[in-house]
Design a binder for this molecule. Structure first.
Ligand SMILES: NC(=O)c1ccc[n+]([C@@H]2O[C@H](COP(=O)([O-])OP(=O)(O)OC[C@H]3O[C@@H](n4cnc5c(N)ncnc54)[C@H](OP(=O)(O)O)[C@@H]3O)[C@@H](O)[C@H]2O)c1
Length: 312
């Protein structure tokens, strides 16, 4: 059974998380605060940040916001995106993150990405010490392949640790996680908090209307969403959204949440106004037929065996 992560006061993690990656960057202080408040009003308790976001401003701003109700909040950060997953680097980044957040303890600590050059015994041994010292409560991995996760599960067990949560990319355009990550997590009881439910904004439909944003401003996202069929999926989603009478962003987030594997999408925006349709997905009851129609708007990834004739 997939474990439920809880805040210090016993509150189960909300069905959506909010990502503070834009805090202090594209989202100024006022908009960051307005988004945090809107999330809290909607019952969101799980907030995600990382050591590398906005040169630390994301952690500093989020830390200020959670301080008054710390025990109700599940705060997650990530280390090891830069500098590798060696113990010294993980510890140094973690301590800076704790300072910025103003917290001795960070509920969820992710390894931000897999480091093929460092033995997992070293990375997980470091996290084991942090957990032993009460400095973290849950261990997560982000941007890892399934075999890397299973290797980590096995090494973690040697330290009497579990891998508690994964953070993969997952949305209607990026569906690779369906092949191995989501079924593996269900099998192993690992919670999943997928990032980029809107495809970095593409699934809002704004680019088809000449809009601008992350995909026109950040070459990494332009490349990630640059295949020919991808804008077509976004356009088709917008048409479907018009038919249903809800924003495309609401449908996109609700589609991630409606996965049979029950992941907790990490929503985000640069303004409180942008966030409204993503938050609205919390109350959107996705009919099975609509879910199937949406799924048909993008290629279903081949199964791990590549025997597509056996795909359900
Ligand atoms: N582990 C990792 O490697 C990793 C990677 C990425 C993200 N994350 C986490 O996941 C969180 C969410 O990821 P994400 O930001 O990629 O999520 P997303 O929901 O796919 O994209 C959010 C972006 O879409 C645009 N947008 C949102 N609502 C909109 C609206 N109503 N109209 C028009 N544009 C809209 C905004 O960007 P623009 O206005 O700039 O277009 C916004 O910043 C992050 O905050 C972070 O915590 C983790």
């Amino acid at each position: 059974m997939t474990q439920t992560l809880i805040s210090l006061d016993g509150t189960p993690a909300s069905t959506f998380a909010f990502g503070a990656m834009q805090f202090g960057g594209k989202a100024d202080v006022t908009q960051s605060r307005a988004m945090f408040d809107a999330c809290r009003v909607s019952g969101v308790t799980h907030f995600d940040t990382a050591h590398v976001y906005t040169d630390g401003a994301s952690e500093t701003l989020l830390g200020d916001m959670i301080r008054s109700e710390r025990e109700a909040i599940l705060v997650a950060s990530k280390v090891g995106y830069s500098g590798g997953a060696g113990a010294q680097n993980l510890r140094a980044q973690f301590d800076v993150s704790r300072q910025r957040l103003g917290q001795d303890m960070i509920d969820i600590l992710y390894l931000h990405r897999f480091d093929p050059d460092v033995d997992l015994h070293e990375s997980l041994g470091c996290l084991a010490e942090m957990k032993q010292a009460g400095q973290i409560r849950y261990i997560g991995l982000s941007n890892a392949a399934a075999w890397q996760v299973m290797k980590a599960v096995s090494v973690a067990a040697q330290f009497d640790l579990t891998i508690d949560i994964l953070q993969p990319m997952y949305n209607l355009i990026k569906r690779q996680a369906e092949v191995e990550i989501l079924p593996m997590c269900a099998d192993q009881g690992i919670a999943v908090a997928p990032y980029s439910p809107l495809g970095g904004g593409m699934l809002t439909g704004k680019y088809a209307q000449g809009g601008t944003g992350r995909l026109s401003e950040d070459h990494r996202y332009a490349a990630r969403y640059g295949l020919d069929w991808m804008p077509e999926t976004a356009r088709a989603l917008s048409q479907l959204a018009d038919e249903v009478g809800v924003p495309a962003a609401t449908l996109a987030v609700a589609w991630v949440a409606a996965s049979p594997y029950s992941p907790m999408p990490i929503i985000s925006a640069r303004t409180a106004e942008q966030l409204v349709p993503s938050l609205a997905a919390l109350n959107f009851d996705m009919p099975g037929e609509l879910y199937n129609r949406m799924s048909a708007l993008s290629p279903t990834p081949a199964p791990a065996t590549d025997r597509i004739e056996e795909q359900l």
